[in-house]
Design a protein around this ligand. Sequence first.
Ligand code: MG
Ligand code: ZN
Length: 171
Amino acid sequence: MKNKAIFLDRDGIINLERGDYTYRMEDFVFVDDLVKSLRKFQKNDFKLIVISNQSGIKKGVYTFEDVELLHNHILRFMRLNGLSIEEIYYCPHHPDTGKCICRKPDSLLIEKAMARFEIDPAASWFIGDRPRDIESAAKVHVKGTLVESNSSLLAIADTIIQTLANRNEHV
Ligand SMILES: [Mg+2]
Ligand SMILES: [Zn+2]
């Protein structure tokens, strides 16, 4: 496992958490400093991977197509800003209609990403705004960073990059 990654929750981290499902373009707003923050990670060779619960699909609030449209928008926006997101993984299920193992706090989606991109969990972080984000990461020994919804990740990026640099100095 040779690569390191920053796993990112979507709502509240990439785009504004508005206290309701976000599936329409007109409700979709990127969080402040997102491009600057992700550039810091990318410059330090972190792969960027999004892991999201989208139970609104199973609940019938919106469709796979709605989600794919938004995700294409995210990926295009990132590309235009010189950023590459490896993948946006999402769980479409809802606990009311049956148990799945991909919905956070479960860790299947992170495990898939780790296998596909050969991610070293010890050199990787999950940034989320809910305890379930951090719990899912802990299950696969990825460090979690819980941040307030819709907040800039600039300071977090500096801290993570510095933490890794300090650790490498001591190896
Ligand atoms: Mg969130
Ligand atoms: Zn699921």
